[in-house]
Design a protein around this ligand. Sequence first.
Ligand code: F6P
Length: 323
Amino acid sequence: MNNLFDQLQEQGASPALIGVVRALVAATGDIAQRVRRGALADILGATHSENVQGETQQRLDVIANTLVKDYLLRCPAVALLASEEEAQVVPAHQDGKYLVAFDPLDGSSNIDINAPIGTIFSIYPVRKGIAIESEAQFQQPGRAQVCAGYVLYGPSTLLMITLGRLTQCYTLNPTDEVYRLTADALQIPPAAQEFAINMSNAHFWQTSMQAYVNDLVLGETGPRGKRFNMRWSAAMVGDVHRILIRGGIFLYPSDSRNAQQPAKLRLLYEANPMALLVETAGGKAWTEHQPILDTVAQQLHQRVPVILGAAQEVDACLGYVTE
Ligand code: F6P
């Protein structure tokens, strides 16, 4: 009974939803095999193209996008796709029940250095009364997600998944390629000892965020009266995974580096799925103004500030930022 699909069925997932998860598991299994072979699978290095966000695509970004897209397009329960690597939505099946948003390869700068990378996914129900191929299908709050998760390609391959009631972690058994439940009903401790933020952006943050992080860094001698450790893996999957397993707070706040783009992380396929995993595990996930899951996407590749993790620490941070 510790098999992924038995567990999903037990939690009430419909056969159609399980079909979508099967497609994601198959695609990410294929990606995992290539990641394991690394340079031998000819997957390292950059392409000469940029994605819709103006980022140089790594070869594995392109390969992973093709794999996830192809597997999902073959699944009859999928109506429409949105990918970080696709400018527009990709229509699948007219009578499909679900929309899937995904980041095929999160943490691209880690690919060539053999550090953690992942695939993030988010599944929504189709909206009635809206054209099935319309981008507006994705204009739903993150709370409407029926399933969200990520596959982390690290020393072992893990699947973190939630249907909104439990956050569960499965480990891929390489001998039979089956995911087994290895951590059930995860709970993030409310107080944090660790924070994750890209400190090199500090002078571009708003002053309230600078004040919050300064107070963390002051440790026992500052107003927080305790020491905080810092970790940053440069892949959201790696950092959020640590928080789900060990606790802490993850931040990618707004900054003034680029006036056209005050936030970095994308709502549909980064912030929302991570927010559902974190909230289900007893944590909190906010933009600087509201719960991430209450934010309705106005654009496919919309970006939002992200503050997530230990509930008390997110509140402490919001106390500075929303003052
Ligand atoms: O865009 C995704 C991402 O790679 C995240 O996975 C990660 O948290 C962040 O960007 C890394 O940003 P930076 O380049 O500022 O370290």
